[in-house]
Write a protein that binds this ligand. Structure first.
Ligand code: ZN
Length: 506
């Protein structure tokens, strides 16, 4: 190949890759979010808390954090002019003197132009006189804030909605520092979508009576400020998002001190909120109620925050995989339901539809609980198929109807890799299905599945498809190869599997 043609080849390859518009998980994570963390003045111990915020963000592997420390109280801030435009995200741990006019304007332009901003705890006490800043944070406290600054915003349990209260009164209060329950009010927002519906925060100040413009603002979670510990008796906003121009703002009122920042409720919502503010989505894995608990606060030293151990696709070339199909016969497998046929051909299992048959399943004779699974599949166009995991067949449940989570297989564009609850009436377990074209029609497609505890993840041809927490499905059961029933006078269709391997997790 000449130099010219090899250059052309690379160019064509790049064009072909970019036209797929599918970014594998590893590539998404290779691109770290650049963060500027601001401190230097705060009525809180910023010298102790900034390193903790740094650890929480850097530790998870998603962020690259620089710190900008302003001159101290009483000093001129004229020299404080960080280049916000170099960053994806600004995080404020700052509560102090007003920045210079040019720095204010640069910050407003940064956020309005699409930059992300995260306000941590007392950063929402800052700048009561700076109008744009107050519109960014939505609500603030102290600093002379009152009805002139905007409403109180509270969740009213009796009406099941938020209200805006313009009655006179100061802005900003908190009761005694106690652990409290974070109650998610929007479980579909990317920040909260992967979290339990309630979880405990470590002893922290629960901010109440915040007031501000509250424009383009959305409250993701509230906490009940208990009168028994000096609180307001109201469900107060804890986690807030605001749209400011093109920019996204995540406002957390959590994080008073080092102990509060040991709360995993603080850490995980900060990580997710920061990623969302910077990118508009959250690629961090879902977190279930065994990790983020609702009875006692889950605690973790910020120094121990590490990358999610299951953030990346299982390596199908590494050790520890057990072959489930020997390439010669169906020993270790047995058929349940349906009359579709399964035969062995050239080291593959070929499933073929049968007219009038319900869904058929070729199932492992033993059960698997926590595991990684991989296989290759080539499905005829027009045939819906799938692989059951952790599935059951019981005489006392619909006459042995196979049921449980199914990793969907079908031609693109379609739902390949998403999780369907077979035989239970629940329908799709993965409600959001953004990727429809990872499957390559007429070819062998590599599927990888990880089922661990409540969490199920899937990849199709290296593309991350599903990452869900599903507490409802059975946690242990067989693996089953589905040949779907077909409509009258269609088919026959075939689906082929090969290289079916499992690796059990401890
Ligand atoms: Zn505080």
């Amino acid at each position: 190949m000449t130099q010219f043609s090899s250059f052309r080849f690379v160019l064509l390859l790049l064009l072909a890759l970019s036209s797929l518009q599918l970014t594998p998980l590893w590539a998404q994570q290779a691109d770290k979010i650049s963060v500027l963390l601001i401190d230097g003045q705060n009525n809180h111990n910023w010298k102790a808390t900034t390193p903790l915020i740094y650890q929480v963000l850097e530790g998870c592997g998603r962020f690259d954090v620089d710190i900008a420390t302003s001159p101290g109280p009483g000093e001129s801030l004229d020299s404080f002019s960080p280049d916000f435009s170099k960053y994806d995200l600004v995080v404020s741990n700052y509560n102090g003197q007003l920045w210079s006019e040019p720095t204010q304007k640069a910050f407003e332009a940064f956020v309005a132009g699409g930059g992300g901003f995260v306000s941590v705890h007392a950063a929402d006490n800052s700048f009561p006189q700076w109008d744009a800043y107050n519109r960014m944070i939505g609500l603030g406290g102290w600093g002379g804030r009152s009805e002139k600054d905007g409403p109180y915003v509270r969740w009213k349990e009796e009406h099941k909605r938020f209200t805006r209260d313009l009655s006179p009164g100061r802005g900003g209060t908190h009761g005694k520092r106690v652990p409290f329950l974070v109650i998610v009010r929007d479980s579909e927002h990317p920040v909260t979508a992967g979290l339990p519906s309630t979880f405990m925060q470590a002893a922290d100040e629960l901010y109440g009576k915040l007031r501000g413009p509250a424009e383009n603002m959305h409250v993701l979670a509230t906490g009940f400020s208990s009168p028994a510990t000096g609180g307001t008796g109201e469900h107060e906003p804890l986690l807030i998002t605001v749209q400011f121009g093109e920019g996204r703002v995540f406002h957390t009122t959590l994080g008073h001190d080092a102990n509060a920042m040991k709360g995993m409720a603080f850490q995980i919502t900060l990580q997710r909120g920061a990623e969302w503010a910077a990118t508009g989505s959250v690629n961090q894995p879902a977190v279930n109620g065994t990790k983020l608990t609702s009875d006692v606060p889950a605690m973790r030293d910020p120094a121990d925050v590490g990358p999610d151990e299951f953030a990346t696709i299982p390596d199908v070339t590494s050790n520890g995989w057990i072959t489930l199909f020997n390439g010669k016969d169906l020993s270790g497998w047995s058929q349940k339901n349906g009359t579709a046929t399964y035969r062995i051909e050239n080291g593959t299992i070929v499933g073929k539809t049968a007219q009038g048959s319900p869904n058929s399943f070729m199932c492992t004779t033993r059960d698997y609980e926590n595991f990684e699974l991989t296989f290759e599949v080539n499905d005829d166009a027009g045939l819906n198929s799938g692989v059951q995991i952790r599935s059951l067949s019981k005489a006392d449940f619909n006459n042995g109807r196979v049921h449980g989570p199914q990793v969907e297989i079908e031609s693109a564009p379609g739902e390949s890799g998403y999780i369907y609850s077979e035989g239970t009436g629940r329908g799709w377990i993965t409600k959001q299905q953004p990727v429809k074209d990872a499957y390559q029609n007429g070819k062998w497609n590599r599927f990888v599945v990880r089922a661990n505890g409540d969490r199920i993840q899937t990849w199709v041809n290296g593309v991350a498809i599903a990452d869900i927490v599903d507490a409802e499905s059975s946690k242990k059961g067989f693996i089953g190869l589905q040949v779907h029933g077909i409509k009258r006078d269609t088919g026959p269709f075939e689906v082929r599997w090969r290289d079916i391997r499992v690796r059990e997790l401890q």
